[in-house]
Every structure is written in C-alpha cells, then in structure tokens.
Design a protein around this ligand. Structure first.
Ligand SMILES: [Zn+2]
Length: 234
C-alpha cells in the first residue's frame, strides 16, 4: 500500500474513455522538457541534410523532412506548456491538442518522404509519394471532426498511416537502410504501449515522448547515412 501511495504523487487516476487524462505537475514538466529540448537539434538536423544535398530535389526533400521533425517537437512542446499552465485557456488548449494530434500524421508523411523521393520505386509504388500526404490530410480531417471521440479508431489510423506506406519498400531494388527503418518502427510501436498507459504507469506520456525521440533519431541516422551520402573526397 505504501508503494502505491508513493507512486500517487507522480500520477493521477486513469481517465474514463470519454475524458482526457490530467497529468500531475511532475508529469506536465516531463512532457514539456522531453520534446522542447529537441526543437533545436531537429532544426540543426534539417540544416545538416540541406548542406549535404546534391541538387534541388534533395534540398527540397531535406526541407520537407526537417520541417516535419521541427513541427512535431515544437507543436508538442507548445501544447504541453499550454496544457500545464491552462485553466482560463481551455479552447486554446483544445485547439493545440488537435494540432498535436494532426502534426503526427504530417510527421509520418514527412518521415517517409526522403525514402519515397530519393529511392527508385516501381511505377505503382511511386504513387505513394503523394498518397502519404493525402492520408495525412484525411487523418487531419478526422481529428478536426472526431477528436478524442473514438480513441481506438484514432490509434488504428495512426498505425495504418505508420505502416501502410512501408509496403512500397518491396518494390525497391536498393534495400540499404531498411533494417534501421524497421527498428525505428519497432521503437514507435513500443512507445504506443506507454502512450496508452496514462494513469497506469507514472510519466507514461513522457516515456512515449522519449520513444518517439529515439525512433526519430534512428530514422534520421538511416536517412543521413544512406540517402544523403557525403560526396567522395578527391
Ligand atoms: Zn505529447
């Protein structure tokens, strides 16, 4: 019993299906810092890929991917700060919570973009270049209409968006980096367990943030290593 009351300090009671979990102040702080600290590294990561680019198409791809990374950590940080300070800003908080969810769809599309743009794909698979953005837009429309109403449907949408575009990799002749890509995907999936554990595990949402950061770092490394090779030194 003593242990349970000790944990209670760091965690509130689990929310009902139709309500949002209310983090403790410790959890709010962890939620903010775990993503706010990554905004600047994401910006630097984008600049690095842009510098390594060989031609306009690679540069544009670096910008799209980098902006996806920056947007994810920035929007998430702003939402968590507002959610922490809140009370009189309920509608602003609600709006940022929707943005926090919408940005995940665009982040997934942006994460696939370097692979879809810079690797050779089969004629049918090449359509995935625009289809990922269509999926992100469809997911956003869903969030604006049914935000928080059907949490399992929302999760199913994220998983579909996360895995379906990977089907095009079967048409790639060059499979370099795909094991890193799969490992990153595995880390995201592990993170989902914590994403769904608010009120069961203390700091569950911040742990989810850490898994997102680790998975994004693994994917960044694969993109940097295999898709943006530095030109051979002569
Ligand atoms: Zn978050």
């Amino acid at each position: 019993m003593k242990r349970a009351s000790g944990l209670q300090r760091f965690m509130n009671r689990r929310a009902s299906a139709s309500h949002r979990y209310q983090p403790t102040c410790y959890e709010h702080a962890a939620n903010c810092y775990t993503h706010a600290l990554l905004v600047v590294p994401a910006f630097m990561g984008m600049a690095l890929l842009h510098r390594r680019s060989d031609g306009g198409w690679q540069q544009l791809t670096a910008l799209v991917y980098g902006l996806g990374l920056i947007a994810l950590f920035l929007v998430s940080s702003v939402f968590h700060v507002i959610s922490w300070k809140k009370s009189h800003m309920r509608s602003v908080e609600h709006c940022f919570h929707m943005c926090d969810r919408v940005v995940i769809y665009f982040f997934i599309a942006a994460s696939y973009t370097p692979w879809l743009n810079l690797r050779e794909l089969g004629p049918l698979a090449a359509h995935m270049r625009w289809f990922v953005w269509f999926m992100a837009a469809a997911g956003s429309v869903y969030v604006f209409n049914f935000h928080e109403r059907y949490k399992l449907v929302e999760l199913a949408f994220y998983l579909t968006m996360g895995f379906f575009p990977a089907s095009v990799f079967t048409s790639m002749t060059n499979a370099e980096g795909l094991s890193e890509l799969a490992f990153g995907g595995f880390l995201y999936c592990l993170g989902v367990f914590f994403f769904k554990s608010d009120g069961v595990i203390p700091f569950a949402h911040a742990i989810w943030h850490v898994f997102v950061a680790l998975a994004a770092a693994v994917h960044y490394y694969a993109i940097w290593k295999y898709l943006y090779r530095s030109p051979p030194q002569s």
